[in-house]
Ligand binder design. Structure first.
Ligand code: NAP
Length: 296
């Protein structure tokens, strides 16, 4: 049926709008479940759909976001870095991190943000009651997630950050970029081979930002650190969220360390994206339930 608008134009009075998840592969993605649950909670006529795209189709997929029914997008592996140059405007924090995971569409203009950093800080503060100010952190990994975590910690007044990565040059690259913006904090890189009790036991926060332990990959079932290296007095966070209890977190719990699951950051970063798209407060409980259900 064609509906006539009061203005005399024809067309539907309301239209279903869309947020899409751009990446590849997307088979195991959890975001569609908890984002749709949040849209449904507010009875918004918004569908969260996946767009599994090959690299050659990335530009066309991004341009497609300019259609009037598009609200925004999430961006995941492997396009978080490559999408930066395809957008009209990019938030300063996303430029610093070098990656965009959220696109907001306003009047056909594409604006890029990174909510991983906000999500990490909210998970730390609200999920674990941890205040990074004045603390010492060791970060395992130097990829996109590690960059978001390091810049987030600097923004929260961390006292020192040590970055250890399998490829040492990448760890030093991240540490050097962080030193350029760090006003007070000490930032260093550590060779992976020097990870020892001496290097680790003095830290207050240990964050695994590598993909080691991720389900459905050849790193499933593995921990980036031996149990003897886990600092028992630190908060141990794993960004890997599937499985919820990773081998690292299981070992940390056994040593008596406090732990924070990657699921918490996942939901908080998604909640920040939701608030940018809709202007509404994210229904956290609904989103946590949706994510946990998807992982089951
Ligand atoms: P990325 O850019 O591809 O970086 C992968 C990191 O893992 C690199 O530091 C890499 O080291 C390291 N790595 C890979 N295999 C390794 C191995 N066998 N031993 C030691 N280190 C290894 O990926 P990313 O975007 O940073 O994501 C990293 C992880 O965080 C993923 O599992 C992702 O799902 C998770 N994540 C979670 C959230 C959340 O909200 N919870 C958000 C973002 C990301 P090299 O540099 O040496 O290759």
């Amino acid at each position: 049926m064609r509906v006539l608008h009061p203005s005399g134009e024809s067309g539907p009075l309301t239209m279903t709008r869309y947020v899409v998840l751009i990446g590849s592969p997307l088979k195991h993605s959890v975001s569609p479940y908890f984002q749709q649950a949040a849209f449904d909670y507010y009875r918004l006529d918004i569908r969260y759909e996946t767009r599994e795209v090959a690299e050659k189709d990335l530009k066309a997929t991004v341009d497609d976001l300019r259609r009037p029914e598009m609200v925004g997008a999430n961006v995941t592996i492997p396009y978080k870095e490559r999408i930066v140059n395809l957008l009209d405007e990019v938030d300063g924090n996303a430029v610093l991190i070098g990656a965009v995971n959220t696109v907001v569409v306003r009047d056909g203009t594409l604006r890029g943000y990174n909510t991983d950093a906000i999500g990490f800080v909210r998970a730390l503060r609200r999920g674990a009651g941890f205040d990074p100010s004045g603390k010492r952190a060791v970060i395992l990994g130097a990829g996109g997630a590690a960059r978001a975590v390091v810049f987030a910690l600097l923004g929260e007044g961390i006292n020192s950050v040590a970055v250890a990565n399998r490829s040492e040059e990448r760890a030093e690259e991240l540490a050097a970029a962080a030193r350029r913006v760090a006003s007070r904090a000490e930032v260093m890189s550590l060779p992976w081979s020097s990870l020892s009790q001496d290097a680790l036991f003095g830290c207050d926060l240990l964050v695994n930002c590598t993909s080691v332990g991720m389900k459905h990959t050849d790193l499933e079932g593995r921990s980036p650190l031996g149990a003897e290296l886990i600092p028992p007095r630190a908060l141990v966070c794993d960004l890997v969220y599937n499985p919820v209890e990773t081998p690292l977190l299981e070992a940390a719990r056994k040593t008596g360390a406090k732990t924070l699951e990657g699921l918490s950051m996942l939901v908080y970063q998604g909640a920040a994206s939701f608030e940018m798209w809709t202007g509404k407060e994210a229904p956290l409980e609904v989103m946590f339930k949706g994510a946990a259900k998807a992982l089951r």
